[in-house]
Design a protein around this ligand. Structure first.
Ligand code: MN
Length: 387
């Protein structure tokens, strides 16, 4: 029997929620996958543990002050150790890597993802901000290098799974489902007083802090409509959001003949991670199965754009194009950090984002340098509005 070479995987952001779940998938399928590189921003202790368990070729830590600790802790193993954000971007393009899982948080994912695409790697894309900020640029690069971008975000994985076997059948509409988050039923007055601790209790999904706040504010869904536009080449009016509290239908595609396909399952990020690794194949798992006998109903409702204004901002940014989604993202990263530190209230996040979107300089056809500059200036502008 021929032995198939193991797929070499680089995980950028290995200590986060997606990164650790990806390592579980790899550990469960050690005959198929091998960890080539692991990178983290700050969590050096966990990175050390992971490196000792998976013995990758190389590890990189973004925050350089952890370099010595990382180097010393791995001194007895043949693992190359790097530090600094540039090294993370370089790790992504190493020749033996087959798949790069981009699981870092926010804008920091952009540069390494661009490098990996230029190097022609398969991208398992978990860092949605990359496509939000610079979708046009990323798609151009991927086109040039023939690099495939496989979605890890559960909604986009669902759509991707619905499209399997559909050839060139045109999409009429994408229907992204949203859980509605922990504040779905809260009134405007109640929303004024909700805390970051309450926002961090997501009803259905286990996720990192930043994305959990984004889910509570519906900014996550806003980012996902922009992500969907770029991944699936549809126009803004072809993307709909429906609140589906049970989070069992992960998203849907409607075709020209009126047929709608949906992908269902238990909410578990390991499935979309694994599907991105094995596409177009499916691997047997022991993940919990959904049982229709235990779930008496699926519900659907419209998202409320008056209480959750971020989703409206995202539609606006998507339609406006240019650097507007980049402005939206940078402002959001700053307000979320401030909300997590209880410096501003929940509703203030949207108020500040709205002000920044009106004030920041609009660029219709941004280059990479324009994105870098926009990100930098918007962060300053937003911080000034908070302090
Ligand atoms: Mn999602």
């Amino acid at each position: 029997m021929d032995t198939i070479p193991k797929k070499q995987i680089a995980i950028l952001g290995s200590t986060g929620s997606i990164g650790t779940q990806a390592l579980e998938v790899i550990a469960d399928n050690a005959s198929l996958f091998e960890v080539y590189a692991l990178t983290a921003n700050n969590n050096v202790d966990l990175l050390i543990q992971q490196a000792r368990k998976f013995t990758p070729e190389m590890v990189a830590i973004g925050n350089e002050k952890h370099y010595n600790q990382l180097k010393d802790a791995l001194a007895d193993l043949p693992i190359k150790v790097f530090a600094g954000n540039d090294s993370i971007a370089q790790v992504a393009e190493m020749q033996p890597i087959d798949i790069v899982l981009t699981a870092m948080v926010g804008y920091s994912g952009l540069k390494p993802t661009m490098n990996a695409i230029r190097a022609g790697k398969k991208i398992a894309l978990a860092n949605k901000e990359t496509l939000v900020v610079a979708g046009e640029l990323i798609c151009e690069l991927a086109n040039e290098s023939k690099s495939a971008i496989l979605p890890v975000d559960s909604e986009h994985s669902a759509i991707f799974q619905c499209l399997a076997g559909e050839g060139n059948n045109p999409i009429e509409k994408l229907i992204l489902t949203a859980s509605g988050g922990p504040f779905r039923t809260k009134s405007m007055r109640e929303l004024e007083h909700v805390t970051s601790a309450q926002a961090l209790k997501h009803p259905n999904w286990e996720m990192g802090a930043k994305i959990t706040i984004d889910s509570a504010s519906l900014m996550n869904k806003g980012f996902e409509i922009i992500e969907a536009k770029w991944l699936f080449g549809v126009t803004p009016d072809q993307i709909e959001v429906v609140v589906h509290r049970q989070s069992i239908i992960h998203s849907m595609v409607q075709f020209a003949d009126s047929s709608i396909k949906a992908q269902l399952g238990m909410p578990d990020m390991k499935l979309p991670i694994q599907y991105a690794f094995t596409y177009p194949d499916r691997l047997k798992t022991n993940f919990p199965r959904f049982d229709f006998n235990l779930c008496s109903q699926f519900t659907f409702e419209q998202p409320d754009l008056e209480r959750f204004r971020n989703l409206g901002f995202a539609y606006y940014a998507m339609e406006r194009g240019g650097n507007m989604p980049c402005i939206l993202n940078a402002a959001n990263e700053i307000v979320v950090a401030a909300f997590l530190k209880d410096k501003i209230g929940f509703l203030q996040m949207s108020d500040i984002i709205e002000t920044v979107m009106a004030k920041a300089e609009f660029v219709a056809k941004p280059t990479y340098e324009d994105y870098v500059k926009t990100d930098e200036l918007v962060r300053i502008l937003t911080s000034e509005l908070i302090n």
